[in-house]
Design a protein around this ligand. Structure first.
Ligand code: NAP
Length: 262
């Protein structure tokens, strides 16, 4: 299927690794020019080189910076001639107990996982509407639908974003101009972040890492973790011309891990 987005420009945040990288790869594969961001320059440049090799016909710009800061967002936006597609992403907050989280911890989580995507939407939405095309995909978490006890900062901050987006996506001013906003809710995906969580669990339980990972895989109906490529393909479809009537949705990509009928 031709996704009909060749030649468009996408800003894919936090994309040197993992799910963001999977999204950038899928979009570049569809002929979309991309600006990719991350804080660490070496991994970002390596990813940019991979993306250029994947599709030499597209432009790939790498902007090193912290997307949760005003400077990081300004640099990312400045590098993108026009943002037709915005993929919001940033690192997730650390696990822990809410008794240990002070105001500063909450503000950090809110900045990264709620306010940064809202700021980037604010910077791009009206211009998308004027041009008559826009696709915004927020990478959130399955924790929005089924909270994960140790990830209270994530549960809280991401649910705030989800509530805000639910209202914004339904405002006709942008929706009637072919601008959609949707959230992708990952379950367990095989990325550095997941592995780091598993390393922590292995150390805590005294079990070998592979045993902890296998037990986690077995909890999922598919008996495996998802891949960044699978995640990226879903993102690219939401960004496509074919997805213009999918708006304001929360799409869980978790291999059926969430046990509800809906
Ligand atoms: P990952 O493999 O650790 O990759 C994170 C990427 O984001 C890296 O490129 C990282 O590069 C970049 N990044 C992190 N913080 C950033 C910041 N402040 N500014 C710019 N770039 C930043 O993580 P992932 O598994 O892809 O997770 C992506 C998001 O999905 C996270 O919010 C995570 O909590 C959420 N999620 C993941 C899973 C899963 O199973 N993987 C499940 C549910 C939710 P630098 O470190 O160099 O900046």
């Amino acid at each position: 299927m031709d996704l009909g987005i060749q030649g468009r420009w996408a800003l894919v945040c936090a994309a040197s690794k993992g799910l963001g990288k999977g999204c950038a790869q899928a979009l570049v594969g569809e002929g979309v020019n991309v600006v990719v961001t991350a804080r660490g320059e070496p991994a970002l440049q390596a990813t940019a080189a991979e993306l250029r090799a994947l599709n030499p016909a597209v432009q790939v710009r790498a902007v090193a910076g912290d997307i949760t800061t005003p400077e990081g967002r300004a640099a990312a936006l400045a590098a993108c001639p026009q943002v037709d597609i915005l993929v919001n992403n940033a690192g997730g907050p650390p696990p822990g107990d809410f008794r240990d989280w002070d105001r500063a911890a909450w503000i950090k989580a809110l900045d990264a996982n709620m306010l940064t995507p809202i700021e980037l939407i604010r910077a791009t939405l009206d211009a998308m509407a004027e041009r008559g095309y826009g696709r915004i995909v927020n990478i959130t978490s399955g924790a929005v639908k089924a909270p994960i006890d140790v990830l209270g900062l994530s549960n809280g901050a991401r649910t705030g974003l989800t509530g805000f987006v639910a209202g914004l996506a339904r405002q006709p001013r942008a929706a009637s101009r072919n601008v959609t906003i949707n959230n992708l809710l990952p379950g367990p995906f095989d990325t550095d972040r997941l592995r780091a969580t598993m390393v922590g669990a292995a150390q805590k339980s005294g079990q070998p890492l592979e045993a902890v990972m296998e037990a986690r895989r077995k909890l999922n109906p598919t008996q495996r973790f998802g891949t960044p490529a699978e995640f990226g393909a879903a993102c690219a479809f939401l960004c496509s011309v074919h997805a213009g009537y999918i708006n304001g949705q929360n799409l869980l990509i978790d291999g059926g891990g969430y046990p509800g009928t809906f």
